[in-house]
Design a protein around this ligand. Structure first.
Ligand code: GRF
Length: 215
């Protein structure tokens, strides 16, 4: 008998290219996970069509229909919990989540962020990295905590910055690394290799991680 596959719900707000990377990795046998549902806060997110084309359940929970963050997050949690996920992946999900929501999914909520965290949390990371004149930029996958883009970082992928780089060109090179990094880290969860310890430390293969893994 084969081991049960990791049940995953993916949250998106837009394009869904990282979602596509997960879909492709699962279809290609590189990711032992069932993508149970894709939930978007935007009804017209292009990623919803990608999910539907792959035969994955889709749901929309529009934040504009709620008069508080708490009410939205409660509805979002009800929607997610109906699919009983082992892991919830924020893949371009553009809403800040309440501490209650984050706590509910402690240890099974991850986000992909386009910078080498802790550098450049928040928006517009590529432009800010260029302005700061860094030699290296990249992407991080981290556990979500109430602090925006501030949770423990599991793994990162680096991209050298070129002297002539424009934000769009840099973003495209980072995105290619995002599509490599995210399925890899989700596969670690599928294999039971990664966990969040009681003190907020990351355990990889049972050992505390001293620094994010370079993938
Ligand atoms: C990615 O750059 C991701 O790192 C960030 O939002 C973007 C989403 O892109 N959080 P996509 O929707 O996966 O194409």
């Amino acid at each position: 008998m084969s081991a049960p596959r990791l049940a995953v719900v993916v949250l998106i707000s837009g394009r869904g290219s990282n979602l596509q990377a997960l879909i492709d990795a699962a279809a290609g046998g590189r990711l032992q996970a069932d993508l149970r549902a894709v939930v978007s806060n935007e009804a017209n997110a292009a990623g919803l069509a990608r999910a539907a084309a792959a035969g994955i359940d889709t749901r929309v929970v529009d934040h504009r229909a709620f008069n508080s963050r708490d009410a939205f997050d409660a509805a979002l949690a009800r929607c997610i919990d109906a699919f009983a996920p082992d892991l919830v992946v924020l893949a371009g999900f553009m809403r800040v989540l309440t501490p209650d929501f984050v706590q509910r999914y402690r240890g099974r909520l991850i986000n992909i962020h386009p910078s080498l965290l802790p550098d450049f949390p928040g928006l517009d990371t590529h432009r800010r990295a260029l302005q700061a004149g860094v030699a290296e930029h990249g992407v991080s996958v981290h556990f979500v905590t109430p602090q925006l883009d501030g949770g423990p970082v599991i793994a990162r992928a680096r991209v050298p910055v070129r002297r002539e780089d424009e934000p769009d060109a840099l973003a495209a090179r980072v995105l290619a690394q995002e599509h490599r990094l995210l399925p890899e880290v989700v596969q670690w969860f599928a294999r039971g290799r990664v966990a969040l310890g009681t003190h907020g430390e990351i355990l990889l293969d049972g050992q505390p991680l001293a620094a994010p893994v370079d993938v």
